[in-house]
Ligand binder design. Structure first.
Ligand code: SAM
Length: 188
């Protein structure tokens, strides 16, 4: 079966993250990916969940409470500052990361992820990512500003050295209305 975009993003991460690891949700929004990651790492692992909007942090906290998950640190800060939120032992090894780009659904469409901070965050995560670990980006580009971010991220990802990273693009090419797609970066 061909998987839809969100299921495939989770499938990739589930296959590479192990219980007990530290992982990153770079854009927690309503908390769906945070909840997924907290299940995958289990009670011995932890999720660092970032968002620049208090509303998203509150919404994610609520989602986690409703599902009884406590292994998450909610961080009201840009994902570009990820390094300053990692402890020494995590600096050596992050199990994986997800970015769900764009704006918070049912919220202010002017507050969007930007190419520069997204690339800065990826650049900060790749050196601390475990070998065979994945950074998965779900790229939404139908909104205002979305195409600029898409181009910046694609340009960066396409230039990552082949000897150090596998870089995959996955998406549907016959869907209307700027369908989202995945960029997955695996450290070799
Ligand atoms: N993954 C979320 C979920 O499961 O509901 C959806 C994320 S939503 C598409 C994108 C989120 O990125 C928004 O909540 C927005 O506030 C956040 N965001 C924008 N710029 C950011 C930044 N520099 N650092 C962290 N989060 C950011």
């Amino acid at each position: 079966m061909i998987m839809n975009i969100l299921n495939y993003a989770h499938y990739l991460l589930e296959g590479s993250i192990e219980k007990g690891e530290t992982v990153i949700d770079a854009t927690c929004g309503n908390g769906h990916d945070t909840l997924f990651l907290s299940r995958v790492v289990g009670s011995t692992g932890q999720v660092l969940a970032f968002d620049i909007q208090q509303e998203a942090i509150d919404q994610t906290r609520q989602t986690l409470l409703e599902n009884n998950y406590t292994n998450v640190s909610l961080i009201l800060d840009s994902h570009a500052n990820v390094t300053s939120h990692l402890q020494t032992k995590e600096i050596e090894r992050v199990g994986g990361a997800i970015f769900n780009l764009g704006y918070l659904p049912q919220s202010d469409k002017q507050i969007i992820t930007s190419g520069d901070s997204t690339v800065e965050a990826i650049e900060n995560i790749l050196p601390v990512l475990k070998s065979k670990g994945l950074v998965v980006l779900v790229v939404y580009h139908g909104h205002e500003g979305g195409k600029d971010e898409m181009q910046t991220v694609l340009k960066y990802a396409m230039r990552l050295p082949q000897r150090a990273f596998h870089v995959l693009q996955y998406g549907f090419i016959n869907q209307q209305n700027d369908p989202p797609f995945i960029i997955a970066i695996q450290k070799r």
